[in-house]
Write a protein that binds this ligand. Sequence first.
Ligand code: MN
Ligand code: MN
Length: 298
Amino acid sequence: MFMHNKRLQYTVRVEKGDPILATLMLEQFGGPQGELAAAMRYFTQALAEDDAGRKDMLYDIATEELSHLEIIGSIIAMLNKGAKGELAEGVDEMAEMRVLTGNSTSQTEAILYGNGPALVNSSGVPWTAAYIDSIGDPTADLRSNIAAESRAKLVYERLINVTDDPGIKDALTFLMTREVAHQKSFEKALYAITPNFPPGKLPGDPAFTDVYFDMSQGVGDELGPWNSGEMWERVEDRDAQAAVDGGDGSASVGVTKKQQATLDKLAARTLSDPSADPITGADLGAGPGAGATSGKKL
Ligand code: MN
Ligand code: MN
């Protein structure tokens, strides 16, 4: 069950209203790297988790992320507070509307959401469950969680840089720092599983686990531990990069006699004649800029 405590996890002090700054803060409210996405990611993983330690951690962090959602949502609400009253009461209409329409998301915030924190990103795109990429395997999900915490940390870093308000900077620095702490927990939880690579149960085919295909060739080819050295069999030869199974590199499928007969009919009906050079609509209607066409040399 959830229980709500009326004290925020971190005190929110906003110096003055700023509806446009509020729209930027929406990125961490209803955006892909935001707190709702984080909370739902870990909450749904916790529900399905059978390992006692990971389940406990995921519930703890999911609940903390909801508390972060409350903090960033409170920042947005405070930044919009003045504009909300003025909008609702129609005070000083023209001057205020100019502020409100300073960018399109702040306009949507005002007109559609009445300056309440909406579950949208800073461009007004509605939150979606598609932001969450859990796959139901702890080694894959923990890696994704680590990356999600990294991304959330970076978005906070950028948000800290768009405001001079010391109270907002302070609260955002707390939120940013908690993503650092969460990343450490997920790293520990990942490495508490041994082995943790590769993910899942099936082993990779040893014929291909240590091969590096140098598929992009030309100026700019670089060597490093990721593509060469003791652990890699580096394949640069173009022929050796194709049909690596030793087959002919074609695609085939078994079909019934009846299916083959209809496929043959289709092929016969749509057969192209390489000797034909028909006059087409492009030839007939050609004018300046058409380039070469049948019967008309430039
Ligand atoms: Mn968070
Ligand atoms: Mn986090």
